[in-house]
Design a protein around this ligand. Structure first.
Ligand SMILES: [Zn+2]
Length: 104
């Protein structure tokens, strides 16, 4: 997990929004708040808007990491699904997980 600095936020943003995926490789980006909740990119973006709403979210996204493997997570704020880049190795539903992992 990487601390989400202002500089990093800038680097990850386009059109003022945080990216859902890495620019290289298109890996899923997962945002984690101080309390350990997961946020989708949109809600992570909103948690960092200071100016228009006059204050920072009480539990802003503080960390970012790629989410490579695991079950589908849900954004704590809006419930959007956050899927791992390689899916869930525990679930055999899609054989894509192995194929993709082998390619990396
Ligand atoms: Zn969300």
């Amino acid at each position: 997990m990487t601390k989400l600095t202002q500089e990093l936020i800038k680097g990850l943003s386009s059109n003022g929004k945080l990216a859902k995926f890495t620019s290289v490789g298109c890996y899923t980006l997962l945002y984690t708040t101080r309390n350990g909740d997961y946020l989708c990119a949109d809600c992570a973006t909103e948690s960092h808007i200071y100016d228009e709403f006059g204050g920072l979210s009480e539990d802003p996204a503080l960390y970012v990491s790629t989410y490579d493997e695991g079950p589908v997570l849900h954004c704590e704020n809006c419930g959007e699904s956050i899927e791992a880049s390689y899916g869930d190795p525990e679930s055999d539903v899609d054989g894509l997980a192995d194929a993709k992992a082998g390619a990396a």
